[in-house]
Design a protein around this ligand. Structure first.
Ligand code: AMP
Ligand code: GLY
Length: 426
C-alpha cells in the first residue's frame, strides 16, 4: 500500500514512522514534509492548506490512503475533497472538524448534551463582553477566539485591564482575523491537565494511552503559551477511575452528540481535559492528533496503525485489537531561540547522524530543512522533538535529555523540567 501523509511537523513524522512499521505499507509520501521527514518519506512541496493542490498531488501519486493530519486542512474540508476524488482518507470531514474549528460550536455542543466543561458566554461585540466581565468580576478570566489561531487564541487574563485589552484586540482589532470576530469568555478552571487522543469511527471509541503536554515556554510553567514544549505518556493524573468517568461522561457522550447533530466524527478526536476538584472537564476538543502528544503516544502503540486507519474508514474499529506497550515515553522539544515570539531560521544543526537521528532516542523533526550539503538547518519555531521510550518515566526522560545534550544549534531553547510534574504525582 502507498500512503500520502499531509502535514510537515513532528506529529506527521511520528505518524509516518508508525505507519512504516505496518507490513501492509510499502511506500509513504509526505506533503510538505520537512528535512527530517525526507529521510523516511518522499516529500512534495505542496502546502498543507492547499486543498486543490493536494488533491492534484494525490491524483498524480495514486495513494491507497491519504492521512490528513493538521487542523487547518481538515477544517477547510480536505477530507471531503479527497473522498470526492475517490481517495480513502483518514481524518474527519469538515462538518465534524468544526468541533475544533469553532469554540462556540464545541461549547454549545457540550452545553446541549450536558458534557462537563467550564461555564461560558459568547460575544460578538466588545461592549457587552466587557460589561459581562465587570459583572462577573472574577480573575483570572479566560478569553478565547472562536476560530483557529495557531494555538495562540486563548488569553488567561489576570485582571480587568488585561481582559479588556484582550477583548478589544480580538473583537475590534481582529487580532486573529475572522477567527476572533466571535469570542468565548469562560470560567477559569484549576487542576492537572490531561490529553487523551481517541480513535473513533462514530460507532466505537477507543481512547489511546494518556499524555501530558507542557504548553508554557519556560521551566516551572512560566512564560508564554506555545504549541507544546514537551510531552510524557502515560499521564499519572489519568487514573483508572478518572478514565472510567471520562469514558462515561465525556468520550461516549461526545461521539453520540456528534452523531445526533448529523456530524459523525471519524478519525482521531483529541480531548484536552482538566481534572478539577469537581471531576474531569473538557478544556478543548481538537479534530486531530495532538502535537507533541503524538510523538509520545504512537511509540507506545503496540498495533498496526494502517490497519486502525483502514478500520475507521470502513466503520469496523470494534474488531481491531489495540494494545499498548508497558513503560513510558518522553519527548523534549528543542525550539529556536525566541520562540514563540520572533526567531531566526536557517541555523545549522550539529550532532545528528545522516538520517537526522541520535543514538538512544528517536528525533521527530518539526521545523528542519536540508541544505545542498545535506546539513540540517532550523526552519521553524519548534525544531525537533527528542523522544525516548523506557521501562519507567524517569528512564525515558533520562534518555531523552541525554539525546538533547548531543544536539546543538545556536540559540537552541528547551525546558529542563519536562515530566517533573508527572514524576511528582507518583
Ligand atoms: P486551549 O487552546 O483551549 O487548550 O487553551 C490553552 C491552554 O489555556 C490550556 O491548555 C489551559 O492550560 C488553558 N486554559 C484554557 N481554558 C481554560 C480554563 N477554562 N481554565 C483554566 N485554564 C484554561
Ligand atoms: N499539543 C496541543 C495540541 O496539539 O493542540
Amino acid at each position: 500500500m502507498k500512503v500520502l501523509v499531509v502535514g510537515g511537523g513532528g506529529r506527521e513524522h511520528a505518524i509516518i514512522m508508525k505507519l512504516s512499521e505496518s507490513p501492509k505499507v510499502d511506500e509513504i509520501f509526505c506533503a510538505p514534509g520537512n528535512g527530517g521527514i525526507s529521510k523516511f518519506a518522499k516529500c512534495y512541496d505542496v502546502k498543507a492548506t492547499d486543498v486543490e493542490g493536494m488533491v492534484a498531488l494525490a491524483k498524480e501519486l495514486k495513494p491507497d490512503m491519504v492521512v490528513v493530519a493538521p487542523d487547518d486542512p481538515l477544517v477547510l474540508g480536505m477530507t471531503d475533497k479527497m473522498q470526492e476524488a475517490g481517495f480513502k482518507t483518514f481524518g474527519p470531514k469538515a462538518n465534524a472538524a468544526i468541533i475544533e474549528g469553532s469554540k462556540v460550536f464545541s461549547k454549545d455542543l457540550m452545553k446541549k448534551y450536558d458534557i462537563p466543561t467550564a461555564f461560558y458566554e459568547v460575544f460578538t461585540e466588545s461592549e457587552p463582553a466587557i460589561e459581562y466581565l465587570k459583572k462577573q468580576n472574577s480573575y483570572p478570566a479566560v478569553i478565547k477566539a472562536d476560530g483557529l489561531a495557531l494555538g495562540k487564541g486563548v488569553i488567561i487574563a489576570q485582571n480587568e485591564e488585561e481582559a479588556v485589552t484582550a477583548i478589544h484586540e480580538m473583537i475590534d482589532d481582529l487580532k486573529f482575523g475572522k477567527s476572533s470576530s466571535r469570542i468565548v469568555i469562560e470560567e477559569f478552571l484549576t487542576g492537572p491537565e490531561v490529553s487523551v487522543l481517541a480513535f473513533t469511527d462514530g460507532e466505537t471509541m477507543v481512547p489511546m494511552i494518556s499524555s501530558m503536554d507542557h504548553k508554557r515556554a519556560l521551566d516551572n510553567d512560566r512564560g508564554l503559551n506555545t504549541g507544546g514544549m514537551g510531552t510524557v505518556s502515560p499521564n499519572p493524573y489519568y487514573t483508572k477511575d478518572v478514565a472510567k468517568e471520562c469514558m462515561e461522561k465525556i468520550f461516549i457522550p461526545t461521539m453520540e452528540a456528534m452523531n445526533k447533530e448529523g456530524r459523525t466524527f471519524e478519525g482521531c478526536l483529541y480531548f484536552g481535559l482538566m481534572i478539577t476538584p469537581k471531576g474531569p472537564k473538557v478544556i478543548e476538543y481538537n479534530c486531530r492528533f495532538g502535537d507533541p502528544e503524538t510523538q509520545v503516544v504512537l511509540p507506545m502503540l503496540d498495533a498496526d496503525l494502517y490497519e486502525i486507519f483502514d478500520a475507521i474508514y470502513d466503520h469496523r474499529l470494534k474488531d481491531v485489537d489495540i494494545k499498548w506497550h508497558d513503560g513510558a515515553c518522553a519527548c523534549v522539544i528543542m525550539a529556536s531561540g525566541g520562540y514563540p515570539s520572533s526567531y531566526k531560521k536557517g541555523i545549522p544543526m550539529e550532532g545528528f547522524d545522516d538520517k537526522g537521528q541520535v543514538e538512544g532516542c528517536f528525533v521527530y523533526h518539526a521545523g528542519t530543512k536540508l541544505d545542498d550539503n545535506n546539513t540540517f538547518l532550523t526552519n521553524g519555531g519548534r525544531v525537533i522533538g527528542v523522544t525516548s521510550r523506557g521501562e519507567c518515566l524517569k528512564c525515558a526522560l533520562n534518555k531523552a535529555y541525554e539525546g538533547v545534550s548531543k544536539i546543538s544549534f545556536e540559540g537552541a531553547h528547551y525546558r529542563n523540567d519536562i515530566g517533573k510534574r508527572a514524576l511528582e504525582a507518583k
